[in-house]
Design a protein around this ligand. Structure first.
Ligand code: IPE
Ligand code: IPE
Ligand code: MG
Length: 247
């Protein structure tokens, strides 16, 4: 028996919160002799399917890494195309998310984006704020180190003393404050690293790496990741014997 208490329509073993690094779009396109942006476009389609699958399985939180604070280092042309794609997705997908009872959020340093994108994000967040079926969070211009640093800055700006800056206070000022920590982390694309995603929140998350490239990741592959998660024993520092006697 796990010590976490994930909830879900399909039983207690469905992870409550899944966090995904959607990697491998560029390689997917390269294999097909297509431009990298074709992989990113296909990646948006894959994401649509994964959002639906998570909602159907009773996952209550899905957080995806769409653009890291380090991704600005990519060629200017790719960055521009990614921004356009992000804008189109905000324009075209938010109404559908809302219809499906999905709460939409963006975490990251939004000041890095154009005014237009910032307005679209703001409007999408207000429109969907009371939806409860699934909280879908996109990490954009996000970095785990940035998140910890901005939380400390907020505390200091509010006049917190060194004594007051403890783990609880810090986590209350992180971008994901109030949301459950991820139960399951998935990275597609074969790399086995965190790439500055949710550093603080992943402390006790079960990690799952797959060689599948993001545009190929579908509900079946999501189920394989969930099955792997269900087979694990989460001990949170305790012994296996202790965990098994917890009801
Ligand atoms: C992930 O795919 C999407 C973003 C980082 C925006 P990549 O573009 O990193 O794809 P690969 O790793 O080059 O295949
Ligand atoms: C991580 O992918 C960020 C996103 C998927 C948005 P990268 O492809 O940028 O990561 P690295 O550079 O291989 O670590
Ligand atoms: Mg990559």
């Amino acid at each position: 028996m796990k010590t976490s208490s994930p909830s879900g329509a399909h039983g207690a073993d469905v992870p409550r919160h899944i966090a995904i690094i959607m990697d491998g779009n560029g390689r997917w396109a390269k294999r097909r002799l297509m431009p990298r942006v074709a992989g990113h476009r296909k990646g948006v389609e894959a994401l649509r399917g994964v959002i639906r699958a998570c909602a159907e399985r009773g996952v209550s939180h899905l957080t995806v890494f769409a653009f890291s604070s380090e991704n600005w280092r990519r060629p200017q042309e790719e960055v521009t195309l990614l921004m356009e794609l992000f804008m189109r997705a905000l324009e075209n997908e938010v109404a559908k998310l809302h219809e499906n009872g999905i709460r939409f959020r963006v975490i990251g340093d939004l000041s890095g984006f154009s005014e237009r994108i910032q307005t679209l994000i703001h409007d999408a967040q207000s429109l969907t704020r009371n939806n409860t079926r699934l909280t879908f969070t996109v990490a954009a211009n996000y970095g785990g180190r940035w998140d910890v640093a901005q939380a400390v800055k907020k505390l200091v700006a509010a006049g917190a003393t060194a004594e007051e800056i403890d783990e609880d206070a810090l986590s209350r000022h992180l971008s994901m404050a109030g949301e459950p920590e991820p139960d399951l982390f998935i990275r597609t694309g074969g790399e086995q690293r965190i790439s500055n995603f949710l550093l603080w929140q992943l402390a006790y998350t079960e990690l799952y790496f797959t060689d599948a490239l993001w545009p190929d990741f579908d509900a079946k592959q999501l189920d394989a990741a969930i099955a792997s998660y269900r087979a694990r024993e989460r001990r949170f520092g305790r012994t296996s014997e202790q965990v098994q006697t917890v009801s």
